[in-house]
Design a protein around this ligand. Sequence first.
Ligand code: 4NP
Length: 148
Amino acid sequence: MVCLGNICRSPLAEGILKSKVSPDFCTVDSAGTAGYHIGSPPDKRSIAVAKKNGIDISQQLCRLFTKSDFETFDVIYAMDKSNYANIITQAKNKVESAKVRLLLNEVELGISQVPDPYHGGEIEFENVYNLIDKACSKIAKQMTQSNE
Ligand code: 4NP
């Protein structure tokens, strides 16, 4: 799960997907394409909206997306088109670039990007939570079906 800062959207995506799939099925992690907040916990507003929904993301620490993530992970979800472009430029071949997807393309919500809530408030963070939650439910369902 990748966003810009790895403090608002992608930590939520990591926590939400982890809450829906067994670690036996997949390893979920998150990262940012920018290094503003490396080593920091998620934004307080993301921690709060996750907690409200029964998920604890407070122990996560921000890290930068690296080229080695293409080798570690089968799928790399970008929160918005800018993140997508930043990730794609780091791919060394078509196999790696084919791993990158927009998270909201997993669901038909009429919106393809998770909006950046950084300059928003509680309503924006709740909206982000709900969008990511819907996409993660679909991903978890697909993953469970493919493991049946
Ligand atoms: P995120 O949000 O990409 O969802 O983690 C942001 C976090 C920090 C900044 C921008 C967006 N920033 O400019 O510091």
